[in-house]
Design a protein around this ligand. Structure first.
Ligand code: FES
Length: 115
């Protein structure tokens, strides 16, 4: 995991510059910080995803958890989410959702829209 701090100014569409797209690998979480928002970047099946590093259950830091394929596991209580749609996978009777952010790649750089 690495932590990249973005410059505070977004582009015209509200996207902030983060890291090189080559940095974001499958089965790894890449943590970035944009204006004090800690965000996880991850990749699965050729698609990039961005979501809040703060677990929606009780605010643990996802960057200390695990990712396998599209499944994100929290380090504190081992709840699991599908990063493709933000839905919880386990426990099945809970309704917490990942806070996802729009993400795009421009000139090889991952751009994330927050706010
Ligand atoms: S804080 Fe993440 S599952 Fe409880």
């Amino acid at each position: 995991m690495n932590l990249f701090r973005s410059k505070a100014t977004p582009d015209d569409e509200g996207y902030f510059t983060t890291v090189s797209a080559d940095t974001v690998q499958a089965d790894q979480m890449t943590a970035v910080s944009i204006n004090r928002h800690k965000i996880i970047l991850a990749s699965w099946d050729g698609t990039l995803y961005a979501f809040s590093a703060e677990c929606p259950h009780a605010s643990a830091d996802f960057s200390k958890g695990w990712i396998s394929r599209y499944k994100v596991t929290c380090p504190d209580h081992q709840y699991c989410w599908d990063m493709r749609n933000g839905r919880i996978l386990w426990p099945e009777d809970e309704n917490y959702r990942l806070k996802k952010y729009p993400v795009k790649v421009e000139d090889g750089i991952v751009m994330v829209k927050i706010g």
